[in-house]
Design a protein around this ligand. Structure first.
Ligand code: 6R9
Length: 666
């Protein structure tokens, strides 16, 4: 370890230049000796994996229960379609539930479920086994069998977990559709997968109000010939329309079923689920995942990256089950490891902005996993809110979903982690199935803003356009140059699109192209720079939107920033920034002088080349329901175009506010 890798905590000691900072970040936090001494991960894991990758993954797979052992670890002869643990047989649901009960841990709480209105339920592994069995028996009675598809359109209820695991138990594929998606989005997904059954709820709680949900399903299934049954969980007691031949209440169909079910063991490559993600075209891609390799990497990463101790930890991932993070780090990883976790139904400011910290205090949460956008929202609300709660149980903090700017990282460390809990910035995708690049707590000296190193057993590189690896300090594209167990096995029904999207750019090298820009710093650590379509080119200089956003957010008046490259007759692209100011800062900061101060600040942080052409103060940013900023829409505003499709925004009215304000300011 280099002498630079020492604990330095001076938050104010921000280097002069953000770009430089990304390459020479000096606020490095070495793991404490105390943490390292008890950590699940050790630095030897890297050497073990390097010495024999397949033997390493076989060791990880042995943490699961296999009914039949595999004959071959990896068959890559049909690349880019991988087969892992060939010939092995397992049941994913048995691994996540029954085996913990059989090992004598039936009384351990699997799920502390916390409803938004304040109701709560503690579900032990023994109860989970009964509920999953009942649900599997019920689905089987509706004709669901191995290979069938079931669409799940539910809020964050325990029934969502039961449904997913019941499908896995029967060998049926679930396709979870986020409960915030429209009926149109639901219909497209149901039809693409030809789902036989849809599981939904009468309504869902959102920001303190009961909102209808089944109405969307009614609209969607009006044109989905494959759907035979709609199963409805009663959550809000909202009035619903009823289609007698098709609709059934969950409590009528599931509750009376036998609480035991004998699992069948499926091939390691048996499909487990489809999860739709947006691509560069309008048509969503159904990402296909299979059983043995996926569960192996889900469990391994959850155990090592979060340092899970199933007997003592209380883990909480704040994602929605409708996203891949909810699949791998609420359902499959934690349950395969026998963890105790919190699942929270609602929004972070219901009924007040301290709700998350209230939950951490109530359950003694030790491991907390969230997204940078949530952290920046907490920053906006103010550090005095978490300060009112006892957060001393927290011992590992995770981040996922987008690059985390160093300011948000430092705030997270200080105000949530008490300058004590290591932060793991985890890079991965729906397609990768599980975490790929991340520090290991207790092993890696962390740097704010960098995901740093591929996990043991994972291979990733930063390459130039021709596929050559760039040197330290160099930037380019992120590729994955070796197959990994949780990798997608294709796009549902579209093998050509799978090859074209991920494997054609570096076909001669056989690299998986992730679509993300990245660079190495001087230590060889990886920094993710956002999607490559978010990289701007200003006067021939490559500038990442993330770098400019980081610079803006490092100014004391700025809470959140989104930056786009707008076409510019002189420079190719010009930088346009949209900023949300911190509470109380609006009065002093919205004027001309304040905007000039921000432009100068960016010039000071990165260099004059990165000075935004235009900065606009906005009340909100356009975000998808998973919290990703939709830069495409901001580019439409910045380039004075008609605004494109806003149907995937969490709140589509945001765009009206922004474009009206932009018209008056420019
Ligand atoms: C897990 C998830 C994947 C895209 C990915 C990248 C971005 C995710 C990140 C990150 C920088 C991280 N991303 N984690 N960028 N640092 N730690 O989010 O999956 O919804 O498929 O998004 O998210 O751009 O390509 P998904």
């Amino acid at each position: 370890m280099s002498s630079k890798r020492v604990e330095r905590l001076e938050v104010g000691k921000h280097s002069q230049n953000t770009l430089d900072n990304l390459l020479h970040e000096e606020r490095i936090h070495a793991p404490s000796g105390e943490f390292a001494a008890q950590a699940n991960a050790t630095s030897e894991l890297y050497a073990q994996a390097d010495a024999d990758r397949e033997a390493f993954w076989a060791d990880q797979a042995r943490h699961l229960h296999w009914d039949t052992e595999w004959e071959q670890v990896l068959d890559w002869s049909g690349a880019p379609f991988a087969k892992w643990f060939v010939g092995g047989k397992l049941n994913v649901a048995y691994n996540c539930v029954d085996r913990h009960v059989e090992a004598g841990n039936g009384d351990r709480v699997a799920i502390h479920w916390e409803g938004e209105p304040g109701d709560s339920r503690a579900i032990t592994y023994a109860e989970l086994a009964r509920e999953v069995s009942r649900t599997a028996n019920a689905l089987a009675s509706l004709g669901v069998g191995a290979g069938d598809r079931v669409a799940i359109y539910l809020p964050m209820l325990p029934e969502a977990v039961y449904s997913m695991l019941a499908c896995a138990r029967l060998g049926a594929l679930h396709s979870v559709v986020f409960g915030g998606f429209s009926s149109e989005a639901l219909r497209t997904r149901i039809n693409d997968a030809q789902a036989k059954v849809v599981i939904t709820a009468d309504g869902q709680y959102r920001r303190g109000k009961a909102m209808p949900l089944k109405t969307n399903v009614d609209e969607a299934v009006a044109a989905t010939p494959s759907v035979e049954h709609v199963l409805v969980v009663q959550r809000t007691k909202t009035d619903v329309e009823w289609n007698d031949g098709r609709d059934q209440w969950w409590h009528d169909v599931v509750e009376g079923r036998p609480a035991s079910h004998t699992p069948e063991f499926f091939d390691s490559e048996h499909p487990l689920f489809i999860l739709y993600t947006s691509g560069t075209t309008g048509r969503p891609k159904g990402i296909l995942h299979t059983s043995g390799g996926y569960l192996t990497q889900a469990a391994y990463t959850h155990r090592t990256v979060f340092d899970l101790k199933p007997e003592t930890d209380v883990y909480w991932c704040t994602a929605d089950i409708g996203w891949v993070t909810g699949h791998t780090y609420i359902v499959y990883g934690p349950l395969a490891n026998g963890a105790t976790q919190v699942i929270y139904e609602g929004t972070p400011n219901t009924p007040h902005e301290g709700r998350h910290w209230d939950i951490v205090q109530k359950y003694g949460v030790t491991l907390y996993y969230t997204a940078p956008t949530t952290i920046r929202t907490f920053m906006k609300w103010g550090a005095e809110i978490p300060a009112r709660y006892d957060l001393s149980t927290l011992r590992v903090l995770g981040s996922v979903g987008e690059p985390i700017n160093p300011e948000a990282w430092m705030w997270y460390r200080e105000h949530i982690g008490g300058n004590r809990a290591p932060i793991v910035d985890t890079w991965w995708q729906t397609e990768t199935g599980a975490i790929m690049i991340s520090p290991l707590p207790g092993v890696t000296a962390t740097k704010p803003g960098s995901a740093q190193v591929p996990l043991p057993g994972i291979a990733a590189k930063v390459v130039d356009e021709s596929g050559e690896q760039v040197g330290h300090g160099g930037g380019g594209l992120l590729v994955l140059d070796q197959p990994w167990p949780a990798m997608l096995r294709g796009i549902w029904g579209d093998d050509d699109r799978y090859r074209e999207t991920y494997w054609s750019k570096f076909a001669d090298k056989g690299y998986y192209f992730a679509g993300d820009g990245a660079k190495y710093d001087d230590d060889g650590d990886i920094w993710l720079l956002g999607r490559v379509d978010d990289v701007m080119n200003v006067s021939g200089h490559r500038i990442s939107t993330t770098e400019v956003e980081s610079a803006l957010v490092s100014h004391p008046t700025v809470a959140e920033a989104a930056v786009v490259g707008a076409s510019d007759p002189t420079t190719g692209q010009g930088i346009v920034a949209f900023v949300i100011l911190r509470g109380g800062a609006d009065d002093q900061a919205s004027g001309e002088a304040a905007i000039k101060a921000l432009r100068d600040h960016v010039a000071h942080e990165i260099g004059p080349i990165a000075k935004p052409r235009q900065i606009m103060v906005v009340p909100e940013l356009p975000k998808t329901r998973s919290g990703k900023i939709m830069r495409r829409l901001l580019r439409d505003v910045a380039e004075n175009r008609e605004i494109g499709d806003v149907s995937t925004l969490a709140d589509s009215s945001v765009m009206n506010l922004i474009s009206a304000g932009f018209a008056t300011s420019s």
